[in-house]
Write a protein that binds this ligand. Sequence first.
Ligand code: ATP
Ligand code: MG
Length: 424
Amino acid sequence: MPRAHDPELARLAAANVVAALRARGHAAYFAGGCVRDLLLGLRPTDFDVATDAPPARVRELFRSTSEVGAAFGVVLVRLDGCAIEVATFRSDGPYSDARRPDAVTFSDARGDAQRRDFTINALFLDPERWHGVARGDLGDGVIDYVGGLNDLRARVVRAVGDPHARLAEDHLRALRAVRFAARLGFTLDAETGAAIGAHARELRGVSRERIGEELRRMFAPGAGRSAAAGMLVELGLDAPVLDEPSRVATVATLAALPDGAAFATCLGAWALDRHAAPAAVLRAGEIDAVARRWRRALCLSNDESEAIRTELEILEMLAGGWLSAGVAPQKRLVARAGFESAMSLLELRRPDLVHPVRARMRELHGIAGGISPEPLLTGDDLVAGGARPGPIFGRVLAAVYDAQLEGRVTNKAEAMELAKRMGV
Ligand code: ATP
Ligand code: MG
């Protein structure tokens, strides 16, 4: 059984969809992001087909289909184990809510190219006439109504048509421009960049989910996250994206994180770049404020905002008194989820502390059963020993566990005796 996400199989399946439409007398091409990526020698994530066949006709022609974007004339065709989006050429009508067009009109390829956001995303490709980037001219089989091929060669992101008008229709395009430029290592066309800068504040009209989703994609591995963050700041988009004042600050911490870092760790790093003095960390109140604000601004999950909070708190403790704290609090910190993310931030903010912290961690591993041994004593043990469950349990168990971490109690009997002495 072919895997639906295998890009080579998806390309072949999409080529078969195009061939089937052609055989019935329709125009059909690869369209959008897959054309851009193929021409750049990159692996497209998915293959979209555009055609003059109306949706009802597409549904007739293929055995397995479903309607994914009925209002936009998009039909999902399943073929050869892959799912291919087949969109009927369309021109979008006026946008009254700056997000989705009021009406779509089916049109031809030229009209369809005009409604797309950037010239590099508005190319069509005839898979039967295209033989790969390594062979022949880049333009073989490319249908280009908007100068996209030139922009692809010049490595420029340029709006299709008047950039002011295109942004006014959909302000999310500002973030898409940054995302494509950062990921591909392209520059923004001057007029497009100027329009984005001029409209930056209007991003406030876009839903927080969509803003968060764009930032998540900009910070994904391989997406050029430091270029993206740099551009957001340069264009003044950092303010509406993060819902805080614009800040011309370095993105050095963010840039130096490993490429595979989690989104929450990227945000933690960016928070440090934006809100802490160089080589400093954030204090508890500041951590709380930024975690709350960004959670709302980016529609973060509970887990993500907790992860930002935890890693910044751990970092603050490591840079604060941790090295001179007692064994039990030291071990408890090392055992917290997010500790290794905090260490990756420590490496960038306080490299001087990494060696002493790691050395102390090695010592802690050798003390009384290591960092987080199974507790010698549990609530069940207390109950079995005749104690009545109550609010004091939690406090006593924590104190007994501290004693265990420090090696002051080493077996269950000693642990129980300590609990009794504490009045359980
Ligand atoms: P990615 O690799 O991120 O999927 P993509 O170019 O395929 O990039 P999609 O969001 O999947 O981007 O959209 C597919 C195509 O639809 C785009 O290439 C573009 O032509 C068009 N498109 C998508 N979003 C918009 C938009 N907001 N405004 C105009 N055209 C858009
Ligand atoms: Mg896509």
